[in-house]
Design a protein around this ligand. Structure first.
Ligand SMILES: Cc1cc2nc3c(=O)[nH]c(=O)nc-3n(C[C@H](O)[C@H](O)[C@H](O)COP(=O)(O)OP(=O)(O)OC[C@H]3O[C@@H](n4cnc5c(N)ncnc54)[C@H](O)[C@@H]3O)c2cc1C
Length: 324
């Protein structure tokens, strides 16, 4: 059995979890085994309603007063109990902050491996080989699962699976799982609801991002970009120097020290494409870059290259779009 664990993002299924369902559907197909989807915590019933349109065998609802708010103690105990009972071959989540926080505890509680932040999986007859980036994404490594391992927890990096490949259907079964949690199980006090960012924008689930780099030069020039993103309906991201200069807040940072993003379109404006940046946006569906330097490394990952000065191109584009 394959178990996909859903994450609640302010009342809706987190985008990473939709990708995890795709992973679960592919694993279930490969191993010819049932797929179960687990809805945990306060919004479990709500998540169940949203998940009911995807092909799976069973949706499991696990609610309890003590996991109304997310805590790593509560969620790890709850998931650990479900794994203990259902004995899934693979437990799958998107590699979100929450997954990073509580899945290692489940791994320890159940004494099963947690293979994290995977970028792809390759089914080779009896073998299963996972890939992940290492050394700040300079290398890709393959991990082969020991055939004696009967159960493992996996988390997949954003865009390892595309939610466009979701198979729609109706779950055959919906079941309630009785959790037995005691107050003593929860030693952590929640401060505030878990969020991916402290701003109103969650870049990790944006569909269209325009990111500005050091080419913007100073805060005085920021309105050029703000007018542009307003006109085209995109979210504004930032490279690290722009955050370090205080032009944009850290919640806008894309890169190894900020968000990992995978929008449908990523437009990189006046940024060079350093590895620490590229590692977190190269999973985007389409990448376009505007840069004065035709040898800028960003063009190595871009689908479309515009060689030119952002101070000429962006205001002109904004004007044209606003006219239409
Ligand atoms: C541990 C560590 C973590 C890091 N984490 C991150 C991270 O999370 N995110 C991140 O982004 N960086 C990160 N960095 C920094 C990273 O190494 C680069 O320094 C940074 O990404 C460069 O930002 P940039 O592309 O905006 O600036 P630059 O490298 O200076 O590039 C500016 C680009 O703008 C172009 N340009 C200039 N003027 C114009 C114009 N008028 N029109 C068009 N193009 C123009 C230039 O040709 C140049 O290519 C990290 C570094 C370290 C060591």
């Amino acid at each position: 059995m394959i178990l996909v664990v859903l994450e609640n993002q302010r009342g809706i299924i987190h985008d990473f979890s939709l990708q995890a369902i795709v992973a679960g559907q592919q694993f279930a197909n490969e191993y010819n085994c049932p797929l179960n989807i687990l809805c945990l915590g306060e919004n479990a019933d709500n998540l169940k309603n949203q998940a009911s349109k995807y092909e799976c065998d069973s949706i499991i609802i696990a609610e309890h007063n003590l996991i109304k708010e997310y805590t790593s103690d509560g969620f790890s105990k709850a998931l650990s109990d479900v794994i203990q009972d259902k004995k899934p071959q693979f437990t799958i989540m998107g590699h979100s902050y929450m997954a990073r926080d509580f899945l290692p505890r489940v791994s320890v509680k159940q004494d099963i491996p947690f293979i994290s932040d995977l970028t792809s999986v390759n089914f080779q007859n009896e073998k299963i080989v996972f890939s992940k980036q290492v050394f700040n994404a300079k290398f890709l490594t393959n991990i082969e699962l020991d055939p004696n391992v009967k159960s493992a927890i996996l988390s997949f990096q954003s865009s390892a699976f595309s939610k466009d490949k979701l198979i729609f259907g109706t779950p055959k079964n919906i079941e309630k799982f009785n959790l037995s949690l005691d107050k003593e199980d929860i030693r952590i006090v929640s401060q505030e609801p878990f969020k991916e960012t402290s701003s109103d924008v969650d870049l990790s689930s944006s569909e269209f991002i325009v990111t500005v780099g050091r080419g913007i030069e100073s805060e005085d020039n920021l309105p050029i970009m703000e007018k542009f993103v307003d006109a085209i309906g995109a979210d504004l991201g930032s490279s690290r120097p722009v955050v370090d200069m205080g032009i944009l807040p850290k919640s806008r940072l894309v890169g190894s020290s900020g968000h990992t993003v995978a929008p449908n379109l990523y437009l990189a404006v006046g940024l060079s494409g350093a590895i620490q940046h590229v590692v977190a946006m190269k999973g985007s569906e389409k990448i376009m870059a505007i840069n004065t330097d035709r040898d800028a490394p960003i063009f190595e990952v871009a689908d479309y290259a515009v060689i030119g000065d952002l101070f000429d191109i962006i205001p002109e584009l904004t004007r044209k779009i606003s006219e239409d």
